[in-house]
Design a protein around this ligand. Structure first.
Ligand SMILES: Cc1cc2nc3c(=O)[nH]c(=O)nc-3n(C[C@H](O)[C@H](O)[C@H](O)COP(=O)(O)O)c2cc1C
Length: 260
């Protein structure tokens, strides 16, 4: 069983491809949103001979808030399965693997046997100085990923070491100092708004994995518990969703089959 979280489809794609290659079911943790947010502890069983995998985007050189919360609140009925995690980044991962392994060990007593990273196109556009990749770079990352996914699956199956995790510079500063500040101060959704070109199609509501958007007078209204996955802003077919003054000139991205 592979559990994934995804804002713009990169992690979903990686999880689904690994699921096919490892012949194991794939679950979107957004489907457990109600259980995870309302129950104190919620249990999930995994078949004895199955894999147990986690695929998550890297957020601020650490673990995405949704995956972190899922690991903290879910009791996984582990039966000695082979455990792996794939961190899906745009560039570098900092302390994401440590956060995943530590949370899994602490909350469920499960040791992660295998962790690697994979680069996919960047989706962080809500801060000056960041942005989507050029078309050429995005294409290059996608085609490299298509080659790496089967290699990752082979390594998981055979138990071989697979030394591919892009830490990047200053991992302690980024992962242990910037990450907690990022989680505390930047996850708000007050700066999101929809321009007049919004036609009230409601795709943002449907796509939000955190049930954080509703329609009010045919316009999206954010409800204050955003995790900054950026699904809404990237997938709006009218490019009507903006974040403060930063995103007007920025590109949009979400994973589409055939782009690589
Ligand atoms: C809030 C946020 C923070 C991010 N931080 C990082 C980061 O620290 N390092 C990195 O390489 N990519 C970072 N990214 C980019 C994503 O990890 C990357 O685009 C990933 O492939 C998105 O996966 P998804 O489509 O499954 O959501 C960040 C994206 C978001 C939305």
């Amino acid at each position: 069983m592979i559990f994934y979280f995804s804002g713009t489809g990169n992690s979903k794609h990686v999880a689904e491809e690994l699921g096919k290659l490892l012949n194991t079911p794939v679950k979107n943790i957004a489907d457990y949103y109600d259980e995870v947010t309302t129950l104190k502890k919620f249990s999930i069983g995994v078949e004895k001979d199955d894999f147990l995998g986690f695929v998550s985007p890297v957020h601020s050189w650490g673990l995405s808030k949704s995956m972190s919360r899922f690991l903290k609140r879910t009791k996984i009925n582990y039966q000695g399965n082979k455990v792996f995690a794939v961190m899906v980044c745009g560039d570098t991962c900092g302390k994401a693997r440590e956060m995943l392994s530590e949370t899994l060990k602490k909350k469920s007593g499960i040791k992660c046997d295998f962790v690697c990273s994979i680069q996919m196109p960047n989706n962080y556009i809500v801060m000056k100085g960041f942005g989507t990749d050029s078309d050429e770079l995005a294409k290059q990352k996608l085609s490299t990923a298509e080659l790496e996914i089967p290699q990752i699956a082979d390594a998981i199956k055979s138990g071989k070491t697979f030394d591919r995790y892009v830490v990047g510079g200053q991992p302690f500063l980024k992962g242990r100092i910037i990450y907690p500040l990022f989680m505390k101060f930047t996850l708000g959704d007050k700066k999101f708004f929809a321009e007049d070109t919004c036609n009230g199609c409601g795709l943002c509501v449907k796509n939000c994995p955190e049930k954080n958007i509703t329609l009010q007078n045919s316009k999206p209204k954010w409800l204050g518990h955003c995790v900054k996955c950026l699904s809404c802003i990237h997938r709006c077919p009218k490019k009507a969703i903006q974040y403060g003054k930063v995103t007007k000139e920025m590109g949009r991205y979400y994973y589409k089959k055939g782009d690589s």
